[in-house]
Design a protein. Structure first.
Length: 153
């Protein structure tokens, strides 16, 4: 894989703790691939973005999805209710997110793009040492995905 703004890397070994959780990943890198360029034409399946665990700032991140599972929530089966179409995954809260240290002083209402995830706004619930970010716009069109699943596209 490729490290964002870095080199192509290859995992050579993994170190796990007594619970089987990965605590270290050992890699080798190809110095000829700085910036992701591959002189020999190799293709990689993915690029990873990372934040230094030692320098990261803790935050709560709220990922909002559509409130309803249907584009028209009023379309319900006989005897049904609009509440039958509520999306049970309309909110995902990530309480132990790690973010760039440069965001530590982010003020309520400030907006940022989190790479590959969307646009986020600092929530007024934020306090010093306890940042909260709300996703305001996703980078992927959720309805297009739903319609494709339903065979509409």
């Amino acid at each position: 894989m490729r490290l964002r703004y870095g080199y192509l890397v290859t995992c050579t070994s993994v170190v796990k703790n007594d619970n089987g959780e990965v605590v270290e990943v050992h890699c080798s890198y190809d110095p000829a691939t700085r910036g992701g360029n591959t002189p020999d034409g190799r293709k990689v399946k993915s690029t990873i973005h990372w934040v230094s665990a030692a320098k990261a700032v803790d935050a709560e991140v709220r990922i909002y999805e559509t409130l309803f599972s249907k584009e028209d929530p009023s379309k319900v089966e006989e005897g049904g209710d609009v509440l039958d179409n509520l999306n049970p995954t309309s909110l995902e809260v990530i309480r132990d997110a790690k973010i760039e240290p440069s965001l530590a002083g982010a003020a309520a209402g400030s907006r940022y793009q989190f790479e590959r995830l969307g646009y986020f706004c600092v929530d007024p619930d934020s306090k010093p040492g306890k940042l909260v970010f709300n996703r305001t716009v996703a980078l992927k069109d959720t309805w297009a995905k739903v319609e494709k699943k339903q065979g509409k596209r």
